[in-house]
Design a protein around this ligand. Sequence first.
Ligand code: PLP
Length: 400
Amino acid sequence: EIALSRAVERVQPSATIAVTTKANEMKRQGIDVIGLGAGEPDFDTPEHVKEAAIKAINDGKTKYTPADGIPELKEAICAKFKRDNGLEYTPAQINVSPGGKAVLYNAFMATLNPGDEVIVPAPYWVSYPEMARLAGGDPVFVQCGPNSNYKLSPEALEQAITPKTKWLVLNSPSNPTGAAYTKDELRALADVLLKHPQVWVMTDDMYEHLVYDGFEYFTIAQVEPKLYDRTLTVNGVSKAYAMTGWRIGYAGGPEKLIATMRKIMSQSTSNPCSISQWASVAALNGDHSFLAERNKVFKSRRDMVVDALNACEGLSCATPEGAFYVYPSCSGVIGKSSPKGALISSDKDFATALLEEEQVAVVFGEAFGLSPAFRISYATSTEALEEAMKRIKRFCEALK
Ligand code: PLP
């Protein structure tokens, strides 16, 4: 048997992908499963974006491109950062990678040495700690539960920083909670960071455009320009433009970091798909009116789901500012037993029994580092969500 790399042995496979795979398998067997595990919009990629991709194919834009993106896309990204975030980046400060995930991974690979610490507020998107480990670093978790509205407080940040801290990962709105930081909250975190010049900020703004109730979005380099030189502002087209399969993510940051990420790409993946890059130019430069329409749908689903969950015995759910997730606590069901006799002693037990007994797939909170809770993605049809809520309610009521 082949001996595996020590770096890989420190890493877990993605729990969200595992849940989605299991739900899809059950569906293929003809079981009526409702999958609330996947983190992708159920909407289609906008028409003008698809047309730009078709045009790119017909125009022969089907060859290698510069490893970290075509100039046209970098220009469109610079314009986006200026327009939406008031941030000035030049094309030399822009990285385009095959997905936001790859941007984050390339950034960790470019910067982490053994022993370097990465502060990851929990609950976190499942990939941050594993990617930090793959790159040789050590994730340092900070529990950010319901008492701090699932957000990192300045006090908790101060406590987590050590001389070895290399990065703070911020993700607003958050996967898995949907919580988003206000300008004042970012200001307070920035004040702590200003005292610790060794700490860089990786801000994952993937869900920037998915905010509700008039929430005003800010990213940290905009709130504190003194952090600009040590911030990587990460974003992508996957979530806002319903382009998860196209695999385009991007970031703006200091030139030296961007150049190092480019070096990694030049010797690993090479460029992201040329056709997807042209489609992303059309997405970023094009009409954005579809966003408001889609957000209206997301918001009404969020409200429906939050109300339904709070009506379930043993569950309690906050109303998040953005993204398309909710992260209800299930502390009230721990210790109970299901109709089929499964003892619910953890959120993992809860999610397993819910899938087996009511055929609803959710992701258990342990995967995101904060228990007992679970994540629901409401990026699925309103009809399926309503049925799922009925099943969850029935399941919770049947627990003894
Ligand atoms: N960051 C967060 C917080 C996410 O939820 C996701 C996708 O689930 C990503 C990054 C990765 O996005 P992409 O599909 O562009 O790699």
